[in-house]
Design a protein around this ligand. Structure first.
Ligand code: ACM
Length: 714
């Protein structure tokens, strides 16, 4: 247990229970209706389960057995039932699971369930398999412990999702994410009732699926890191067992360099190609005479990126065979074709393509992109797949069943948005990832309050997806990048819109983090392992006191810094071991400290003040302990300033408490001096920032400061 958290845990729980307006218990996502009864259903080693389901519903029986063993493991009670099967007819079971019909994972299947826990007996009722899977996850989250052991609070829950599409997108091209890691993420998705894994399998940097029809795709289009067809099929089954479908994404016509490493004839510019970033490719082609710029607006407008040649019939023959092959591996009815960020430059620089466009009376490259999407739409139709594409597919001629995946902030200014989700939904089904990009290092409450979702009660808005691009995430830090924040997105997509208490959400989010850790996700252990790497195996105690209150700088600043380093970007070879790669995006300590400061400023009670003082004294003294660690340690030197600043900020906080104790009025000169100092401490250094400065500032100002409702992206 982390030291500061240990001090604050007791008080935080008290704060959190004050904040709860509804019976959210420890549940994430919060169910639609919860009725809490003041009683407990004790879990003993006699805990047994009886399933009344369809005989051959293997997905159901496997899920019940997994849940039973998860509870067995959590409680350590050594349950007596070995396997729960159709022939396992236990009399008077502790848990009765009743399922009327067998169903598979899919969009729009009934996911509802009801759960009744009373002191003697628990019943989980669901119209079909998938609802039962969701209910089992709720039951597992309900298990709590008191001095007498584990118990379920007595409740009646009726639940069903607000949106039918609740996804997580993972990019495995920039950094390859291993097969095992994908399984762990699928497990985590199941906990928060997500139902679509959107797998971004190809991009400039890597082609990550095995094709037997076109083997050069993975052989030349990757560094050897790709999933075999056997692994892909196994992951599809693994996800379906958890009520999750997999939607593959094969990005085209842009973001396609890795396709061309083996098949350069498909591209708009002559080869050779190798997998790598588009910026790297452009640097290697000075003959294209593209002005070099570090302005994102310039890059978006002028970059020449490897792009399919839509005027070449061989492209469509190739895609037809490829899509046909992939359709045998990914049975769900959806395929994502990307189609994002194609500025048409690769086409404009090819005279034959320009002549073809003229011949076909096309006005501009947008028309050509439209033509390409239309042709690919036809190929997907032939293979019984519904087309999904990023919002760049959207135009007034797009077939009505193509799903538009919104990602560009409508007020971005940097890149043209294709319209508000509600406007696009007048014509096409819409998925929303705008405001759900986990890779831009924003705290969970920003995603939770996603404005793009406020008005989303329109039938054609299917739901949304949290998105994790992996320029700055790899196998060693991705779990902590996605989780627990994706839980806040999952709740926005599952729970009623009225569930929006941020303090309560954070309380449950960190419980979720512990739950995921408990079941094998590396969200916490990766961080602790990375700290040991930074201390060369030495004690991490004092380092962690500091890093627990550091967060990665918000927005794209870290990505920009990585992109414009000399020789960059080569994502695969940059170790993600800097402090900014390993600290969390949402500091749990900050959240707990914030709750304490809020409580203290309301109540001015001695217990809370003592706890705040204990935190501040620890932070004030920590720099002294850390000094020897900074000497000669390049990666740690990056946070030396933060260590000093945290110490100085803590001293200001202690002085503010002294002044409140003595009722010393805050004179203007003192206030200005402290505010100036704290403003300086808020600044990011080496892509990290101290998360607790606003709370220390609140002690100086004697009122809590509302958090920003947004952060600049750049
Ligand atoms: C995207 O972020 N280019 C969809």
């Amino acid at each position: 247990m982390k030291k500061i958290l240990f001090i604050t845990a007791l008080f935080f729980n008290q704060v959190a229970s004050n904040a709860q307006q509804v019976n959210t218990l420890n549940l994430m996502p919060v169910p639609k209706h919860v009725l809490l009864i003041d009683a407990k259903s004790r879990i003993t080693n006699k805990f047994t389960v009886l399933v009344e389901g369809i005989e051959n519903d293997t997905v159901l029986y496997k899920a019940v057995n997994r849940a039973y063993q998860a509870l067995n493991r959590k409680t350590g009670l050594v349950f007596g039932q070995q396997y729960i099967t159709t022939v396992d007819k236990t009399d008077s079971a502790s848990l009765l699971v009743v399922v009327k019909t067998k169903s598979n994972a899919g969009i729009g299947v009934d996911e509802s369930y009801s759960l009744k826990v009373n002191e003697k007996h628990i019943t989980l009722n669901a119209p079909n398999t998938i609802g039962a899977l969701r209910g089992l996850q709720t039951l597992l989250q309900l298990a709590e412990k008191d001095d007498n052991g584990y118990y379920f609070p007595c409740v009646t829950i009726d639940d069903s999702p607000r949106f039918k599409w609740r996804g997580l997108m993972i990019d495995v091209a920039r950094h390859f994410i291993s097969y095992e890691e994908m399984k762990r993420n699928i497990d985590a998705m199941a906990v928060v009732k997500m139902n679509v894994l959107h797998w971004h399998l190809t991009d400039d940097e890597g082609f990550r699926v095995e094709s037997k029809v076109f083997p050069l795709l993975q052989q030349k289009g990757s560094n050897g890191d790709y999933y075999t067809q056997a692994q892909l099929k196994e992951l599809v089954r693994y996800a379906e067992d958890r009520g999750i479908i997999i939607m593959p994404e094969f990005d085209m016509p842009g973001h396609a360099q890795s396709w061309f490493a083996g098949y350069p004839e498909l591209a708009s510019q002559p080869g050779p190609y190798r997998p790598g970033s588009r910026m790297q490719w452009q640097k290697e082609h000075p003959e294209l005479k593209i002005p070099q710029s570090t302005s994102i607006a310039d890059i978006v407008a002028n970059m020449v990126a490897p792009t399919f040649d839509p005027t070449n019939e061989k492209v469509y023959n190739f895609l037809d065979k490829f899509v046909g092959e992939m359709a045998t591996i990914f049975p769900a009815g959806y395929m994502h074709i990307g189609a994002d960020e194609n500025n048409g430059m690769a086409w404009k620089l090819n005279p034959a393509i320009m002549a073809w466009m003229k011949h076909h009376q096309m006005q501009n490259t947008d028309d050509l992109q439209r033509y390409f999407v239309q042709r690919v739409y036809g190929i997907l139709k032939k293979h019984h797949r519904q087309l999904v594409g990023w919002e760049e597919i959207y135009n007034d001629k797009l077939p009505a069943d193509a799903i538009v995946h919104k990602w560009i902030p409508t007020d971005s200014g940097m890149i043209k948005s294709y319209g508000k989700a509600s406007d696009i939904a007048m014509h096409n089904p819409v998925l929303i990832s705008e405001g759900f990009y986990l890779d831009i290092f924003l705290p969970a409450y920003i995603h939770y309050n996603n404005a793009a979702f406020a008005e989303a009660n329109i039938p054609n808005i299917l739901g949304g997806e949290a998105a994790q691009w992996t320029e700055l995430a790899d196998n060693n830090n991705i779990d902590g990048r996605i989780w627990p924040r994706a839980g806040a997105v999952a709740e926005r997509l599952w729970s009623p819109a009225s569930v929006r208490d941020v303090d309560d959400m954070y309380h449950r989010l960190f419980l979720l983090s512990d739950q995921l850790d408990e079941q094998g996700l590396n969200n916490i252990s990766n961080y602790e392992r990375a700290l040991r790497l930074l201390t060369n195996g030495g004690s991490t105690l004092h380092l962690q006191t500091l890093t627990d209150v550091l967060t990665t700088v918000k927005g794209y600043r870290k990505l920009m810094a990585a992109m414009f380093k000399p020789g960059q970007p080569v994502y695969q070879t940059t170790p993600l071991t800097a402090v900014s790669d390993i600290v969390s995006v949402d500091s749990e300590t900050k959240r707990k400290f914030r709750a304490l400061v809020k409580l203290y400023l309301e109540k001015h009670d001695k217990n809370t003040e003592d706890t705040i003082r204990a935190c501040l004294v620890t932070w004030q003294q920590n720099d002294g302990y850390l000094k020897p660690l900074f000497a000669g340690n390049k990666r740690l030197k990056e946070i030396e300033d933060h260590s000093k600043n945290l110490s100085a900020a803590a001293a200001i906080g202690l002085e503010a408490l002294d002044r409140m104790d003595k009722s010393t009025p805050n004179d203007a000169a003192w206030l200005k001096q402290q505010s100036d100092a704290l403003s300086a401490f808020k600044k990011a250094h080496n892509e990290t920032e101290i998360a607790v400065i606003p709370e220390i500032e609140a002690l100086v100002l004697q009122h809590i400061i509302a958090e920003p409702t947004s952060y600049p992206a750049f």
